[in-house]
Design a protein around this ligand. Structure first.
Ligand code: S3P
Length: 179
């Protein structure tokens, strides 16, 4: 890992990766990069349209390319989309020069935050809470495999950002030399 590893915030949709990530970047004087925005800029198209016109498999390929590029940089705060974690290559690339931290939230909090957001094509359907529960369960093994975790339930953006910085500092602190 380089002297300035990236801070990588993974987690399900609505766990606050972007809002907390922006604040972490500001506090640490780093650049914040939202992988979804990079995909949209590159394709000149919004995420729901990419899903509708090209399909999820094509979206995942573009996402993997964008993440590969971002992972090659340093000193960033990176927020990949919530599903990026399901592709092993993404996690290998991001972990190579990054400290990966998983943001978590209860399904009810996620529903409150993004349940009515038209920009989340994977949450469409008659029962959004059920859809969130299903997707969370299907992805649990990926999220649960990340040892560094920050719960966002009942915390505001500032509290989440401070906790991310604390976890990151602890993970990168030099081990105390045994005297
Ligand atoms: C997705 C999450 C979204 C976006 C796309 C797919 C997912 O990102 O990448 O809609 O599969 O969970 P956010 O987690 O930023 O909402």
């Amino acid at each position: 890992m380089s002297a300035s590893p990236n801070i990588v915030l993974v987690g399900f949709m609505g766990t606050g990766k972007s809002s907390a990530g922006k604040l972490v970047a500001k506090k640490l004087n780093r650049e914040f990069v939202d992988a979804d925005h990079e995909i949209e800029k590159r394709e000149n198209c919004d995420i729901p349209t990419i899903f509708a016109e090209a399909g999820e498999a094509e979206f995942r390929q573009i996402e993997t390319e964008v993440i590969r590029e971002l992972a090659g940089r340093e000193n960033l705060v990176i927020a990949p989309g919530g599903g990026a974690i399901t592709v092993a290559e993404n996690m290998e690339n991001l972990a190579r020069n990054g400290v990966v931290i998983c943001l978590t939230a209860k399904p009810e909090s996620i529903l409150q935050r993004v349940g009515h957001d038209k920009n989340r094509p994977l949450l469409r359907g008659p029962d959004r809470l059920e859809r969130i529960r299903e997707l969370l369960a299907a992805r649990a093994k990926f999220y649960d495999a990340i040892p560094l975790r920050v719960s966002t339930d009942g915390r505001n953006t500032r509290q989440v950002a401070n906790e991310i910085i604390r976890v990151f500092n602890a993970a990168t602190a030099a081990p105390e030399s045994a005297a």
